[in-house]
Design a protein around this ligand. Sequence first.
Ligand code: URA
Length: 230
Amino acid sequence: MIRDGRVKLNGRTVTAMGTKVNPREDIVSVDNRRIRMKTAHRYLLLHKPAGYLTTRKDPFGRPTVFELLPAFTDQHLFYVGRLDFDTEGVLFMTSDGELASRLMHPRYQVEKSYLALTRGVIPARKLKYFRDGMVLGQEKTAPARAAIRQVNKQENTTWLSITVHEGKKRQIKRMCQQIGHPVLYLKRVSFASLGVGNLPPGSFRPLNRDEVQELYHRVGLQAPFSQNSC
Ligand code: URA
């Protein structure tokens, strides 16, 4: 096409083979029709360790989750569902704004599951507060699933698993506090269909095509026709 003089770069016919373009700034056309690049979004699963803030930049200079990732200078990454400084676990990150906002929208009821170590021995009857929903400040939580995993009477602690489909601020800690059992340790074990698996804390991996497709389907979107795997 270049040899035939059909390609233009910023309005001028390209003559040199191997001419490089900047797809963000340059206008490329073939037969006077503009060519647009389909953006290959990034879809990452980070195993967030404790001691990192889920924010782009902290005014006090504390470590942020972005410091655990290589500098993806080409794309802006969104985190989907913040985790507290001291919370570990699954943090999904993507440059795909539409997918990110749908995954956070209450309409799609995306499930997040947590494992919490709480102070005190929780009696089974108290689990009903999670199932019925409880009032936190001005809001009521939606019904959640909760189960006691392990009780340690000697240490006076309970391991609890909780699944919610909302993302209220510090929701799990506030719910546990509300029933009189403050959280000592918290991990998000899954977000939608994503779990950390064998991923060591502080590491990340790109999602594979099936995982991306599954997230798309969950929020009623058609998976992108062309995407790379990272
Ligand atoms: N709920 C919390 O209380 N903290 C988190 O980090 C995530 C959910």
